[in-house]
Every structure is written in C-alpha cells, then in structure tokens.
Ligand binder design. Sequence first.
Ligand code: CP
Length: 339
Amino acid sequence: MRDFLTLAAFEPEEIRELVVLAGRLEREPEPRALAGKILTLLFLNPSLRTLASSQAAMARLGGSSYVISPGQGTWQLETRPGAVMDGAAAEHIREAIPVLAGFGDALGVRSFARGVDLAAEVADAEFLSMAALSPKPVINLESAIAHPCQGLADWKTLDDLGIPARGGKLVLTWANHPKPLPLAVPATVVQMAAARGMEVAVLRPSAYALPAAVMARARAAADRSGGSVAETDDGAEALRGAHVVYAKSWASPIFYGEEGGGAEAALRAALGHWCVEEAWFRMAAPGARFMHCLPVRRNVVVRDQVLDGPRSAVVLQAHNRLPAMMAVLHRLLRREETR
Ligand code: CP
C-alpha cells in the first residue's frame, strides 16, 4: 500500500484486512511499532476527530506527529492551480507539500471540496494533484469526494455492532442542514457499505441524488462483494427492514456551484422534515442502529431522542477512528524487518 486516498482504490478483501488489523491493534497494542517515524498533518479545514485520532494513533504506535494549520502560525497556503498570488496566501502547496513531506515519513492532508466544479470534485482532481506532489505516502483526511479513514472506522463499527455484511441493510439518508455540505462522507459511506456486501439504499429528495459516478463506483464494489445499491425518495420503501440508518447532509448536485443562492436555499428550507426521528425506525429491523460521522447538528439532522437513545452508535464510530488510523499507519509505515 503506497497511499490511502480512497476506499474505491481497494478490493473489498483488502479493506476487510485493514479492519481486521484495526481490531488486532485495538486488542494487542504495539507501542513501539512506529518508533522514530513522523507523521506530518496538513489541515486546510477544521477537524476534531480526524486531527485527534491521527495524532493519538501515531503516539500509540510509538511515533510522533505535528500539525500545520495554514494561517495559524504558518503562512496561508494557496491551493488553486495557476493562481495569481496577490492575496493573503504567501505560499503555494506546490512548494509546501514537498517541503512538509520531506520532514516526515507520511503526510496526512485534509482539503474539502470548494463546492464549485462538480465533475472535478467527483474526480478528486485537486486532491490527487496535491498527493502527487508528495514523495512520501499520503493519507486522505477528507478530500472533495473521499473520507477513507471515516469509511474504515464505519466498517469496523458495523462489525463491532454485529450488523451482518451479507443480508445487512444500510440506509444512507440525506438530512437537512443550514448549509450545503460536501459529498465526501456520503460517497464514502455508500462505497464502504457496498464493498462490505450490504444492501444499500440511498434515501434522498430527488434533487439530492448522488452523482452518477459515485453510484457507479459503489455499484462496481457491490458487484464484487455480493451487495446491492439502490436509491429512492420513498422513506417507507427504504427504511423497511433496515439494520442501520446512516444520516448525512450533502449539497444538491443540481445546484452545485450556485451554493448559497436562492434556489438551493429555498429547496432546503422546504425540506426541514428530513430530520431523523424515532418514527423513522418503525419499519426498520428490530434494534436498528443510527450512525453519523459527526459533527452533527442536533434537531436539524437528527432528533435528541435518537442521538441520546440506545440506537445511536455515533460515539463508537468516533472511537473507531483511532484503531482505523492505527491500521492505516501500521500498513503504510511498518518496516518488514521490525515485524
Ligand atoms: N467525522 C470527522 O471527520 O470528524 P472531524 O471533521 O471532526 O474530523
């Protein structure tokens, strides 16, 4: 494994092996496995779980890490190709990434979608260009279209909860939010669950249908693993027999590039009822669980009753970010001779 950029780059069996490694490292700590190794973390956007789990994972494996948050004690960074740099940014990532990569053994980067060019962002063009600048392994800490560390942790969470892979049904539901959000998490969840071999239903208003390329990648994974992927705006149809309801808000591909504009905002304003509540689980499987990657807006995305009740797996999901990141780092950085 050279990099960890997207779950779509791996066969389902390879992801399963990483999940198994995560479980092993959780049960059997290896506090010297990455002694002397350094992880550079470049966060172009805020984080709680990804930042904390990356640093904690490196420390628990005996390595160290440092964080660069441009503009907070370091130069502001320009990321746009061909930019005329006469604004606030004094340095371009074309120099910053190879410089930072040279200080460590692996580079983690978070760089969200701009919400401007749907085709380029679904292809993750800017992030892949950034990754190509690094001579060291790159870990995607959430790009425009992929959040593979979250996906790995979610797969482990499903295993921990005893949700069956074959025969298990996961509903990824769109939910309301005050602003349009990137596609990285929904694209990763549908990919992860399809690769795990689950029956996946994407429940969304028709204007929020996931891009065709995202669904095609997930269907290809489902074909290899024996799962299936469908999408609908019919809640009763989607939720019937669900073992997991995974909520996430995302931007409408139809209005991509016009975010903040009147039409998209008006559409979202009319969809306030897309907030997960206990009644959603009436037709679900007994003991069905609720998942969300966090951070979550209470009583906008999901009601307190669900989030605070026994269905909620959100804290377990967040905790699984640690062993998932340990597995990624172990696979990328552990030398053969130290095994
Ligand atoms: N789920 C997740 O990636 O959380 P953060 O944005 O806090 O890192």
